[in-house]
Each structure stands twice: as structure tokens, then as C-alpha cells.
Design a protein around this ligand. Structure first.
Ligand code: FE
Ligand code: FE
Length: 164
């Protein structure tokens, strides 16, 4: 007999572990990015989002609790790849004004990844009848979108000018 087919509940749990890993990785990476950039505004934006990211980790732990699971991580290759790009840029553009533009772009790639994951998780949480989980995921989704917009505004004003 073949195994019982996996369900949406399994997919939700698995994706939750993926994002939990990603958030923890971002939590460790944002202070390094804040340290690397020259723009005071960009530094401040990274530091602010580091604080918010602590809240994202806590919310995910609450969602694990709602589905009666222990918080657990699963390596997220996507976030590992984006973080690696950031490390390469930090290395290769040391001392160049383009460094800030590069790290801002990396931060936006992270936000876009998170926006995609949280949008999906929110949809699945509703589908599965976990309305409290959907609310928590939506709160984080809103902060990721706001962060992305704040970074876009910075890209237009400060960073791209510096890179010229
Ligand atoms: Fe986040
Ligand atoms: Fe984020």
C-alpha cells in the first residue's frame, strides 16, 4: 500500500518551518547589513526592520502553537541564496558607493520572498479554518509590505544618487 497522500495541512506546516528558518536567518543577517552600509537612513531602516523581525519570529511561534506543533526550522535554500548574494556584494563592493545600492536590492529581494510566503500561508490558514493564524500572518505581511515600500523610497532618493 502506498502512503496516504499529504494534505494541505502538511504543506502549511512545512512552509511554516521554511519561513521560520528564513526569519531567523534574516534576524542574524540584518545587523551585519546595517553595519556594512554607509547611508545613515539605510542603516536605520535595517535596524528598524530587525526589531520587527523579532516580532515575526514570535508570531510564527504563535502560529505553530495554534496548529499544536513545536516551532521547528527547515532549511530554506531560497533565503540562503539571497543572503549569500549579500555577502558577495559586501565583499566585492567594499569601499564603493554602489555597496548601499547592492545591499538595498538584496534587502528588497528578502522582503519580496517574505511577502510571497506570507501571502500563501495566510491563504492556506484561512482555507484550513485557522482564522487566528491568518490574522497573525496578515500582520507580518503588512509589515513586510511597508518595509518594501520604505526601501523603494530610499532607493529612489539616497542610494541611487550615491551610486552615480
Ligand atoms: Fe519578516
Ligand atoms: Fe522582512
Amino acid at each position: 500500500m502506498s502512503k496516504a497522500p499529504k494534505k494541505l495541512e502538511d504543506l502549511f506546516h512545512n512552509t511554516l518551518k521554511d519561513v521560520y528558518f528564513a526569519e531567523k536567518k534574516i534576524l542574524a543577517t540584518l545587523p551585519k547589513m546595517a553595519k556594512a552600509v554607509n547611508s545613515a537612513e539605510l542603516k536605520k531602516a535595517f535596524e528598524k526592520h530587525h526589531g520587527e523581525t523579532e516580532g515575526h519570529v514570535t508570531r510564527l511561534e504563535q502560529v505553530f502553537d495554534i496548529i499544536d506543533k513545536k516551532p521547528q526550522t527547515k532549511t530554506c535554500d531560497a533565503i540562503m541564496g539571497i543572503v549569500k548574494e549579500g555577502e558577495e556584494i559586501t565583499d566585492e563592493y567594499k569601499g564603493s558607493p554602489a555597496l548601499d545600492a547592492g545591499l538595498l536590492a538584496v534587502a528588497q529581494a528578502v522582503e519580496h520572498y517574505e511577502i510571497s510566503r506570507y501571502g500563501t500561508l495566510k491563504t492556506w490558514a484561512k482555507e484550513l479554518g485557522h482564522s487566528d493564524a491568518a490574522k497573525l500572518l496578515d500582520a507580518t505581511l503588512g509589515e513586510e509590505k511597508k518595509t518594501d515600500a520604505a526601501l523603494s523610497a530610499l532607493a529612489d532618493t539616497v542610494v541611487n544618487q550615491e551610486a552615480e
